[in-house]
Design a protein. Structure first.
Length: 489
C-alpha cells in the first residue's frame, strides 16, 4: 500500500509579467553536484550546508524556503530565431524527510518565474509562490498517482515521496512535440523510458525572454525537511545525468520508531518539570498572599487548586515518571497567514481543546487508520454518518449525558471552522454550554475539517498538472495534490 505517500508537489510556475530583467545572462545550462560555491539566491529559511546540501525547509511549521539559479536564463524563442524551438530539460535529486512518519510538509515546487520577488506568498497550501488571491484561477490539467515505470519488471511501481529517501525527478519540454514530461524514480534507478506524466502543452504563450529557475518549498501544520542534492538544467539539449556518487549526503535520520513523540516528549517533560518547580517555588514565596488570589467562582464551587505540598507528594517530588500531564496549543489557519492571534483564533483553539477532551485523544494521531488520523475530520465524518457519539472517549464507557456530549462535539466542530467569521463568540459558547441557547441548525458541511490540518486534507499521492492564467500572470504547475488549486472552495 502506498497510504503513506502524502504530499509531494512539483510545481512549475511560469509567471508572465511586463517587468523584464536586465541581468539576463547568456548561460543556459548548468550542473551541480551539491551547491558549494553555487551562489544560489536563497530566500526565507533556505540554506546550504557546509557539505553542499541545499536545505529548502526544516521541520519548523508554516515556513517557506526558496533557492534560485543566480541569473535569469534566456527563454525567448526569438533568440533561437524560430529555427531552434524553445525547449528545456532538467533533472534534480531531492529528499523529503517528514517530521512524523506518514505526514509530510507541503512539498517542493520547481519554479520558472520572471522575478524572484514573491512578496505576499503564503506557506500553507501555496508553496511559498502564490496566495489566496489566486483562488479560482488555477485549473488542474493532469494528475497521476506517484509511480515510476520499472523497465526491468515492465510495470509501474508506486513511490512514497516522503520516505526520506533520495529520488530523481526529470522535467522535459519540447516545443516541437508540445509535450511536457515529468518522470520520477528512486535514486537507484536510471531514467524510466515511460514518464509519469506526458501532457500536451503550449508553453510559448507564457514564457518571457528571461526567467529565473529554481525551487520553492513550504511547510504547514505538519512539516518535512526538504532537500535538493543535485541539479542539472539545459536549454539546448537533454540535461546531463547526475552522478549519484558526487552528491552530498543527507544528515543522519531518526529511525521512524514506534514513539514518534518521544523526541518532543523528553524536552517537553523537562520543561514541564521546570515549570512546576518554578510555580512551586513561586507558591512558597507568595504563600501568604495566596488566599487573596482566590477567585470568586472558586468560593461557590470549592477549592480548585492543589497545594504545592500535595503536588510534590503526588508526583514524588516531580519525578519524570509521575508526570501528570502536558499541554501539547492549536493554531488557527488564518494565524499562519496574518501572524496575529485574535479572539476567533482563541475560539479555534478552544474548539480543538473541546474535541480533544470529549474524544480523549490528540488532534492528530499518525498511528491511527487514515479515517481516524485527523480528529476534526473523523468527528465530522462520523456526524455525517449519523454516529457522532462513536468518537467520544471510550474510557468514559458511556457514562455521560448524550445531549451534553453531542453539544460538546458539535460545538467543538463549529469552533474549529476554517473561516473565522463562522466561529461563534466566546459569550455564545458559554450560553450554548450553559444550555441558555441552542446550537444553530448546522449541516455537517465539508470544509469544517480543513481547519486543523489544511495541508493534509487532500487525498494523498497524486501528481497534478495545472494551468493558470490571469491578467497579471500565468502559471502551470504540477503537484502531488491539488491542495493549492482547490483552496478556493
Ligand atoms: C529552521 O530554520 C530556521 C532558520 O534557520 C531556524 O530558526 C529554526 O530554528 C529551524 N527549525 C528547526 C526545527 O530546526
Ligand atoms: C535568423 O534567421 C535568418 C534567416 O533564416 C538569418 O538571416 C538570421 O541571421 C538569423 N538571425 C539570428 C539572430 O540567428
Ligand atoms: C517586491 O514586490 C512588492 C510588490 O509585489 C514590492 O512592494 C516590493 O518593493 C518588491 N521588492 C523588491 C525587493 O523588489
Ligand atoms: C497576494 O500577493 C499579491 C502580490 O504580492 C499581493 O498584491 C496581494 O495583496 C496578496 N493577497 C493576499 C490576500 O495576501
Ligand atoms: C515525452 O514522453 C513521450 C512518451 O514517452 C515521448 O514520446 C516524448 O518524446 C517525450 N518528450 C520529451 C520532451 O521528453
Ligand atoms: C504506467 O503508468 C503510465 C503513466 O501513468 C501509464 O501510461 C501506463 O499505462 C502504466 N503502465 C502499466 C503497465 O500499468
Ligand atoms: C503556441 O503559443 C504561441 C504564443 O501564444 C502561438 O504563437 C502559437 O501559435 C501556439 N501554437 C499552437 C500550436 O497553438
Ligand atoms: C546540454 O545539452 C548539450 C547538447 O546535448 C550537451 O552537450 C551539454 O552537455 C548539456 N549540458 C548540461 C549541463 O546538461
Amino acid at each position: 500500500m502506498v497510504a503513506s505517500i502524502k504530499l509531494l508537489l512539483f510545481l512549475l510556475g511560469l509567471f508572465v509579467s511586463l517587468k523584464l530583467l536586465a541581468l539576463a545572462q547568456e548561460e543556459n545550462q548548468f550542473i551541480y553536484h551539491g551547491f558549494t560555491g553555487a551562489n544560489l539566491l536563497l530566500d526565507e529559511i533556505a540554506e546550504i550546508h557546509p557539505n553542499g546540501l541545499l536545505q529548502l525547509t526544516n521541520t519548523s511549521k508554516h515556513q517557506i524556503g526558496r533557492a534560485f539559479f543566480p541569473f535569469p536564463l534566456q527563454f525567448s524563442t526569438s533568440l533561437f530565431n524560430n529555427s531552434r524551438p524553445f525547449s528545456f530539460s532538467t533533472q534534480f535529486v531531492f529528499a523529503m524527510v517528514p517530521e512524523l512518519p506518514s505526514l509530510g510538509g507541503q512539498g517542493i515546487a520547481f519554479t520558472v518565474s520572471p522575478s524572484v520577488n514573491f512578496t505576499g506568498a503564503y506557506a500553507t497550501q501555496y508553496f511559498g509562490i502564490l496566495n489566496s488571491t489566486s483562488n479560482g484561477h488555477v485549473i488542474s490539467i493532469d494528475s497521476a498517482p506517484v509511480t515510476y515505470f520499472s523497465d526491468e519488471e515492465k510495470e509501474n511501481k508506486s513511490l512514497t515521496l516522503i520516505s526520506g529517501n533520495m529520488m530523481n525527478l526529470w522535467i522535459d519540454y519540447d516545443e516541437v512535440e508540445r509535450l511536457l514530461n515529468v518522470t520520477v524514480a528512486p535514486i537507484t534507478s536510471t531514467k524510466p523510458t515511460l514518464p509519469l506524466l506526458s501532457t500536451s502543452l503550449n508553453l510559448s504563450s507564457v514564457m518571457v525572454d528571461s526567467m529565473y529557475v529554481g525551487f520553492s518549498s513550504s511547510t504547514g501544520a505538519v512539516a518535512s525537511s526538504h532537500y535538493i542534492l543535485g541539479w542539472s538544467f539545459n536549454r539546448s539539449g537533454q540535461a546531463q545525468s547526475l552522478d549519484v556518487s558526487k552528491l552530498p549526503s543527507l544528515p543522519p535520520q531518526r529511525k521512524p520508531g514506534r514513539k514518534p513523540y518521544l523526541r518532543i516528549a523528553v524536552p517537553a517533560i523537562a520543561a514541564i518539570i521546570l515549570l512546576l518547580a518554578i510555580s512551586g517555588a513561586a507558591y512558597i514565596i507568595r504563600r501568604k498572599t495566596y488566599e487573596e488570589l482566590r477567585e470568586d467562582w472558586e468560593q461557590e464551587y470549592g477549592p480548585q487548586r492543589f497545594s504545592y505540598k500535595d503536588l510534590y507528594k503526588a508526583t514524588k517530588g516531580f519525578a519524570a515518571r509521575e508526570l501528570l500531564g502536558s499541554g501539547v496549543g492549536y493554531i488557527a489557519p488564518e494565524v499562519t497567514r496574518t501572524g496575529r492571534a485574535t479572539t476567533s483564533s482563541d475560539v479555534f483553539a478552544f474548539g480543538a481543546f473541546m474535541l480533544e477532551m470529549a474524544c480523549g485523544r490528540k488532534p492528530i494521531e499518525p498511528e491511527q487508520s487514515a479515517e481516524k488520523m485527523i480528529l476534526v475530520d473523523w468527528v465530522l465524518d462520523s456526524w455525517k454518518k449519523g454516529d457522532i457519539l462513536r468518537t467520544c472517549d471510550p474510557r468514559l464507557e458511556g457514562n455521560y449525558v448524550v445531549e451534553e456530549m453531542e453539544l460538546v462535539l458539535k460545538l467543538g466542530l463549529l469552533c474549529s471552522f476554517p473561516t473565522p467569521a463562522a466561529r461563534p463568540g466566546m459569550s455564545q459558547i458559554s450560553q450554548y454550554l450553559d444550555g441558555n441557547a441552542t446550537l444553530p441548525e448546522m449541516l455537517p458541511l465539508d470544509g469544517a475539517g480543513i481547519g486543523l490540518m489544511p495541508d493534509s486534507h487532500e487525498e494523498p499521492g497524486d501528481c497534478t498538472l495545472s494551468f493558470h492564467r490571469s491578467n497579471d500572470y500565468s502559471a502551470i504547475s504540477f503537484s502531488s495534490t491539488d491542495s493549492i488549486l482547490s483552496c478556493g472552495r
